[in-house]
Design a protein around this ligand. Sequence first.
Ligand SMILES: [Zn+2]
Length: 234
Amino acid sequence: MDGILGMKNGGYHVIGELVLEATKSLLVIETRGCTDVVVGVPHHAPAGVEQLPCPEHKDADENAGFLGRYLAELLDACSVIACNYPIDVNKRLSTDYCTQIVGWSPQVLVEIHGHGSGRARSDIEISSGADNNVYSETLVSQLRAKLSAIKGLDSYSICGTHSKLGLAARAAVTVNDERWLTYHVELPRALRIPSGTGTGEPPGAGYQFCDALAEVLTEIHREGRCQNANDGTA
Ligand SMILES: [Zn+2]
């Protein structure tokens, strides 16, 4: 891999987005004001780069990094994004990606993925693991109410019921770790990749989805404010 890029408090905003458009293998770590919620994106590649240099996880979650990074900025949350990465970072706790998440000691991990394989049964699928099904169902019911009021997002099907998910993330160690609650979010191509060109940053609907997700996460987990300000030691 090419390296690890650490950024403090979003100070390199433009550089961060340029990094997400590159095809180097990088782990982009950004520390922001809160560590109660952490956003992780383990399989990012820019739109148009369909494959990762990773034998155990070839399919890239194209453009998921842009949306995860945007969500983290909305929440003032720390984020870690594996770009064009040669290892499947959310399947073993020993990876640099997981080590970074453990170091932040979050209460909630939001992991952004992308699907396009046809294995998903709903357009948007969210898993908290079988044992925490009540959390993903609660999040989805509130999120569904918000999305239904947004033109362009009202037609997307969304599911948080573990037994009805096509992509329940059973192999992801991040979902099943008891140190934090995970929302494993699977997004369809239409929310990640511009139609027509197939390249460039995600369409507006993808960012609007993140707006709604950030609002619901804040309502459920923060009672309107950050629950764990970052003291800079993480
Ligand atoms: Zn993924």
